[in-house]
Design a protein around this ligand. Structure first.
Ligand code: FAD
Length: 517
């Protein structure tokens, strides 16, 4: 029987395991942590009023059909196992001068809101979103479903359509440049520039092609799984198990064994107990795992295919240190990382919805700190507040809310994170208190913190980057590592650090491309 080892139970690894099992492979998933999901996991924090549940990483769910596709592939009805709702409001936006704006899922209502609140004609918003849809349609076929590293991808009809429309795609200018041409009001430019952060990039450098991202939210929809983001992980792990996939938690892979140019198996470290549905511990430096620390008890297991869901940089550096590595690819600048405060808040805020953004007064300087200076966060950062208890009330005790506060942060280069966290915490509390008219600091009854160091340690993501490499130049898409190894047979790659990119939908697509290869 054909056998496959999947290294890592991140969303890309889980999806690959399902696809391989459906193709008839005997699949084993080795996961260093005691729980599945990597960045897409969950944990609880106890507060005086009760227990708060948090999704550890992703909070925005787009393109749910990519999850449903996996159930259908296995002959199951997705609705029997995984439920989600479409959000009527995409996000509430706040500026320090008191301007507040709701991004409604209904694009006409949103365009009207923009006209009323900012004076920007509604038709500009609707035509921007139409253009975003057009860009997405053309590039979805060209970039997202196939390997860019196979000649056939560049010679088919989808590619021809892409070449013919190249000038309209926005490959040559920046996102900020395009948005300044599309809109007059600086707040609206800032709002749409924000979408560069959805793959950890800088709107002042990234190509305008990334203006495909608003299409996902506004034209297709922003969604929320009824049992929290982690139910994407949990329902897919259950599906994988029904397909016969075997998960080995607490089992780091220490080496990919290569003989005569072929990957022939893996060496695994400590064999942990198998843990069903365990949650992650709240983030703290003491609970960090070190997935590939050398072990004297490693054992060799042969496999006919190996799929690495570990970030591609440590896959080469730690699991195959004697093999030639694609240095140019591994040297690409990392995407942004994140600093996350998980707060149990003993009050409810009707003026907040599930997704809320409190914008910086100086976006350009904020990004200068993120991608150029990189020594700390700008003192007036853009603050994202996600509150799942708005739609899933049991995530917080009655009368309370679970606040997930995400700040974009530079990738980890050994900065003094403890000092940065202390300063940024004060800056965030000051900004939120000013905007909401209460002393937010006095309402925090429990807290956990995740920073670029702990993201790196918990998921092996190089420098704690959230989305692999940044897309800050027009060649970035071509510089991502392919979904296969061109030098080592039987070795494949999935997840946020390889083609087509980071974020849940693209990780799911990476599994599709890799297993089709
Ligand atoms: P990862 O989640 O990176 O997991 C890799 C797994 O491999 C880990 O479990 C790790 O323990 C395991 N592993 C590594 N090395 C080994 C080894 N040697 N042996 C065994 N196991 C190993 N995306 C969105 O779509 N929407 C969002 O709103 C969003 N927000 C985000 C917010 C935050 C704070 C973060 C951190 C990420 C966010 N993302 C978001 C990005 C998204 O979470 C990631 O792109 C995606 O989850 C990455 O999945 P992956 O398949 O690359 O695996």
């Amino acid at each position: 029987m054909k056998t496959a080892a999947v290294i890592g139970a991140g969303i890309g690894g889980i999806a690959a395991s399902i696809r391989l099992a459906v193709k008839g492979y005997e699949v084993h998933v080795f996961e260093a942590n005691e729980y599945p999901g990597g960045k897409l996991s969950t944990f609880d924090v106890a507060g005086a009023s009760g227990t708060y549940r948090f999704d550890a990483g992703p909070s925005l769910f787009t393109l749910p059909h990519l999850v449903e596709e996996l159930f259908r592939l296995a002959g199951e009805n997705p609705a029997d196992h995984f439920e989600y709702l479409r959000l009527p409001e995409i996000c509430r936006y706040f500026w320090d001068d008191g301007t507040r704006l709701t991004a409604w899922a209904d694009t006409h209502a949103f365009a009207q809101e923009v006209e009323t609140k900012l004076g920007e004609p509604a038709h500009r918003v609707t035509s921007f979103l139409k253009d975003s849809a057009f860009k997405y349609e053309v590039t979805d076929g060209l970039f997202l479903h196939d390997s860019l590293h196979k000649a056939g991808t560049w010679l088919n009809r989808k590619a021809l359509r892409g070449y013919l429309n190249l000038p309209r795609l926005g490959v040559f200018g920046t996102m900020n440049g395009a948005n300044k041409r599309a809109f007059e009001h600086p707040k609206l430019v800032q709002l749409f520039n924000r979408y560069a952060t959805y793959n950890g990039s800088d709107p002042y450098q990234t190509p305008a092609l990334l203006n495909i991202i608003p299409h996902l939210e506004y034209n297709i929809g922003a969604f929320f799984p009824k049992q929290g983001m982690v139910s994407i992980t949990n329902s897919l792990v259950k599906l994988a198990k029904r397909q016969g996939v075997r998960f080995h938690f607490g089992t780091p892979v220490e080496e990919i064994v290569v003989q005569k140019g072929r990957a022939v198996g893996v060496k695994i470290g400590k064999k942990g107990e198998r843990v069903e549905g365990r949650k992650a511990m709240p983030p703290s430096p003491a609970s960090l795992s070190s997935p590939s620390s050398p072990s004297s008890r490693s054992s060799f297991l042969p496999f006919s295919r190996i799929v690495s869901n570990m970030d591609v940089t440590p896959t080469y550096r730690r699991l195959m240190p004697t093999q030639p590595a694609p240095e140019r690819t591994l040297r690409q600048p990392r995407s942004s990382s994140g600093l996350i405060f998980y707060w149990g808040i003993r009050q409810t805020f009707p003026e907040l919805d599930m997704h809320n953004i409190f914008f910086s007064n100086d976006y350009r300087t904020e990004f200068d700190y993120l991608f150029n200076k990189r020594d700390r966060l700008y003192e007036d950062p853009t603050v994202y507040v996600n509150i799942t208890s708005k739609n899933k009330p049991d995530d917080a005790p009655p009368g309370c809310e679970n606040w997930f506060i995400l700040l974009n942060a530079p990738a980890n280069e050994g900065q003094d994170w403890d000092a940065i966290i202390a300063q940024t915490r004060q800056d965030v509390i000051r900004k939120l208190s000013r905007n909401l008219g209460v002393d937010v600091g006095s309402l925090i009854e429990c807290e956990a913190i995740l920073d670029p160091r702990t993201i790196e340690a918990r998921t092996s993501s190089a420098q704690g980057a959230l989305y692999g490499t940044a897309s800050n130049n027009r060649f970035a898409a071509f510089l991502r590592h392919p979904n296969f190894s061109s030098r080592i047979d039987n070795l494949y790659f999935v997840g946020g650090s390889v083609h087509p990119g980071g974020g849940i939908p693209l990780c799911l697509l990476s599994a599709k491309i890799a297993t089709e290869l």
